[in-house]
Design a protein around this ligand. Structure first.
Ligand code: UDP
Ligand code: MG
Length: 345
């Protein structure tokens, strides 16, 4: 008993000793010209209410609209660390580069389209300061999603989420606050194909949920089409699960048993009744069946080999074309820590 009290006390000491002051916000941006200025201003207002020590790591993921100009126009007034990719690399890469660049003690990942409510941000920071290493934004319900999307997501998680060690959250996305140590672990993961939801779960640490309702997109439209969803799912499944290959082996074994039983039956027919079964139909059916199974098997194996191929190539996850750093720790440190907390200090 005494020991456990001592343990609790020492964890508290451990938590309080760690710095939980400055905050980085990682914002992936792809063609958000109509709302990006408003969004960044609102985000800055929301975070600066909690801490003057913050930066906005804005990653322009190869936008081909006016997003870049709009962001650059805010450099004078907001502590922005601007990163521009050489082309579109996808949201996961944008987030990764944001995590690489962020220098805050805590890092918030948030979409630029107002779908992640800004009111939650101060609550996230509060929870983090209480000692949680990950504060996870959890969608209150998925009623906004189509039936197809929900069905798809259910099948998907049935395949991915089955190991006993950690759970991949169904109802959470990238919207979250991660403590420095979780960020550092994420950065050390060398995988090329990054299924972030899975990686967040893999990292672990003490986490807490904060529920929120997804707002409708304020402008523009979502870039995720069903085909992207399928693509992401295959990446996720093949990087987080060997279940498909295992199912294949089990199916193979079961089919072998069935084939053996059938062969025995045919032999008995011949031995007992002296008449072989008229075999063509059975033969043709069996041929197609096994041919199909084998092709599926090859396809699944191919997916894993493709994954290995991606990993061994060791290409960088993203290519930065331009970078302007006036974030935390830069010469213009968080725009002089947001002009010394709006000249209050
Ligand atoms: N995004 C990005 N690269 C992409 C697609 C999207 O950086 O290739 C950004 C986008 O600007 C937004 C966030 O990722 O800030 C979420 O994108 P979107 O709203 O299209 O996705 P959804 O909300 O439908 O998941
Ligand atoms: Mg969105």
């Amino acid at each position: 008993m005494q020991q456990s009290v001592a343990l609790v006390a020492s964890t508290e000491v451990m938590v309080s000793r760690r710095r939980r002051q400055s905050v980085s916000c990682v914002v992936p941006v792809f063609n958000e010209q109509s709302s990006i200025e408003r969004f960044l201003a609102a985000l800055a207002a929301s975070v600066s209410a909690t801490t003057p020590d913050f930066e906005l790591v804005v990653v322009n993921d190869g936008s081909n609209d006016e997003s870049a100009a709009r962001i650059l126009g805010l450099l004078q007034s907001l502590p922005i660390h601007y990163i521009e990719f050489s082309r579109n690399f996808g949201k996961e890469a944008a987030i990764q580069s944001g995590l690489d660049a962020a220098r805050g003690d805590g890092v918030i990942i948030i979409d630029a389209d107002f779908q992640h409510p800004l009111e939650i941000v101060p609550q996230m920071i509060k929870r983090w300061r209480e000692g949680y290493d990950a504060v996870i934004g959890v969608r209150r319900d998925r009623r906004g999603d189509s039936v197809w999307r929900r069905l798809f997501s259910r099948c998907f998680y049935a395949l991915v989420d089955h190991n006993g060690h950690y759970r991949i959250r169904h109802d959470s996305g990238d919207f979250r606050l991660l403590d420095r140590r979780a960020v550092d672990v994420l950065r050390r993961i060398p995988e090329r194909s990054r299924f972030m939801k899975g990686l967040y779960a893999w990292v672990g640490f003490r986490s807490i949920d904060i529920e929120y309702d997804v707002a409708p997109r304020i402008a523009g439209k979502s870039r995720f089409r069903i085909i992207d969803l399928i693509d992401l799912s295959i990446t996720a499944i093949t990087s987080f699960s060997v279940r498909p290959v295992r199912m294949l082996s089990i199916a193979g074994a079961m089919l072998a048993v069935v084939a053996l039983a059938f062969a025995l039956y045919v032999m008995l027919e011949k031995l007992v009744y002296g008449q072989p079964i008229a075999g063509f139909t059975t033969l043709a059916a069996a041929l197609f069946f096994f041919g199909g199974i084998q092709l599926i098997g090859l396809g699944i194996l191919g997916e894993y080999i493709a994954r290995i191929f991606e990993e061994v190539k060791q290409r960088p996850l993203y290519v930065t074309a331009n970078e302007i750093d006036q974030g935390l720790g830069s010469p213009r440190e968080g725009l002089q820590t947001l002009r010394a907390a709006k000249t209050g200090a």
